[in-house]
Design a protein around this ligand. Structure first.
Ligand code: AMP
Ligand code: MG
Length: 390
């Protein structure tokens, strides 16, 4: 039975599990990943009372008298150095980030000071007041504060913030293990010569790159169009993978062995066939904890199915948000299809979208040039289209 797109997407979401969390070093490996649990501050920020300026740490009680008579200097406080003390009338030369000397309670910025070897003269324009230019311990983050909820996607900004609070490892949702199989006797590796009828493999490099865009490293394995070859490769791929992608051979041609292999390997069919163009023969199934997609061989169809279905699964598994989508006005309304959803390669510019020529499922040129994928459901009317920016 052929499903409509909404139902197919609902089934994909329903069968996609959120993977467990693992501890990873905070840094590039955690970039773009979802936190597997909430994080609570174990130390305050700032950690100490420190200077916000390069200047002089002073005792505000010495003012205004000190404007008239230079203050003796009692050393230099550098960032990272042990705290100094200032118990008598005087000043300590201080750098941004250095701990405020005990006894001092204000910082005068350098531009209001003239210093000699052992004394500093403060300009009355400094208007010294208690607590001036001091960053106080815990003013941004107090111990026990919830810093980030589970599901927070780690950006470089989060990584900086959490590193500053002393985190070196954080729990993040595990990346899925993916096996990528590319079938087709006609396929040759790009860079090798072609015999009549042969073509260069687009889907291998394309799907590998699409997986990399989702943060997943995976090698493509190329298969012959023979039932035993597809079956044995599938059997091996199913061991240990969270997700198996098999490109090609999923339709009803004489050389299409994917579905028979799914059956022989015990993959339960969740759906086969979606009322969409391109990508009608899309297969989705599962065996144990492993999900399986059979992607159409036609490259544009394979990519659209990856973008709309495989990507959805990968984001759910990783606890990541759905693809952003928006509405845009079609410059020329598309011809609709009463029976299926169309995914159309398009160029988005501001709030307007232009549908490209060359929409057939074997055509990658328009897909490469597109910066958006427009979705036109059978029931939709008017020129406002649902669009996925690429
Ligand atoms: P299939 O789904 O195997 O029937 O393939 C449908 C069409 O897509 C055929 O014209 C294939 O030659 C083509 N095709 C299949 N796999 C690939 C691939 N990896 N790269 C480029 N074209 C492919
Ligand atoms: Mg084929």
């Amino acid at each position: 039975m052929i499903l409509d797109v909404k139902e197919a997407m609902r089934l994909v979401a329903k069968h996609s599990p959120l993977l467990e969390a693992e501890l990873e070093p905070l840094g590039p490996r955690t970039l773009g990943r979802a936190l597997g649990g909430a994080l609570v501050a174990g130390q305050p920020s700032p950690r100490w009372d420190v200077s916000a300026m390069d200047g002089y740490a002073v005792r505000s009680g010495d003012f205004p008298a000190a404007y008239a008579q230079a203050l003796p200097l009692h050393g230099t406080a550098l960032a990272g150095a042990r705290p100094l003390a200032l118990h008598d009338r005087g000043a300590v030369c201080i750098m941004t980030g250095a701990v405020i000397p005990t006894g001092a309670d204000a910082v005068v910025p350098k531009e209001f000071a003239r210093s000699s070897q052992d004394a500093v003269q403060i300009d009355p324009a400094a208007e010294v007041a208690k607590h001036d230019h001091i960053r106080f311990a815990g003013e941004e983050v107090q111990v026990g504060l919830t810093l980030a909820e589970a599901g927070t996607v780690l950006s470089s900004r989060w990584i900086g913030f959490l590193s500053g609070l002393g985190f070196s490892k954080v729990p993040v949702v595990r990346r899925p293990k993916v096996a990528l199989l590319i079938s087709g006797d006609e396929l040759r590796r790009p860079g090798t010569g072609l015999q009549p009828g042969q073509i260069h493999d687009s889907n291998g490099p394309m799907l590998q790159a699409a997986l990399a865009e989702e943060g997943i490293a995976c090698r493509a394995r190329r298969l012959r169009d023979s039932a035993p070859a597809v079956e044995s490769a599938l059997r091996r791929a199913l061991e240990g993978a969270d997700l198996v992608l098999l490109s090609g051979g999923v339709s009803v041609g004489d050389a299409d062995h994917s579905r028979e292999a799914f059956r022989k390997c015990g993959v339960e069919t969740l759906f086969w066939g979606v009322a969409q163009k391109p990508g009608k023969p899309l297969f989705f199934g599962s065996r144990g904890g492993t999900l399986v997609f059979g992607l159409p061989g036609n490259p544009a169809a394979a990519w659209v199915c990856f973008h709309q279905y495989v990507g959805r699964t990968l984001r759910i598994m990783q606890g990541l948000p759905e693809l952003p989508r928006r509405q845009a006005l079609a410059l020329k309304p598309p011809r609709r299809d009463e029976t299926k959803t169309l995914f159309l390669k398009a160029r988005l510019s501001g709030s307007e979208v232009r549908l490209l020529d060359g929409q057939q499922s074997h055509m990658l040129r328009s897909l490469a040039e597109a910066n958006a994928l427009a979705m036109v459901a059978p029931e939709e009317r008017g020129s406002l289209l649902e669009v996925f920016p690429l």
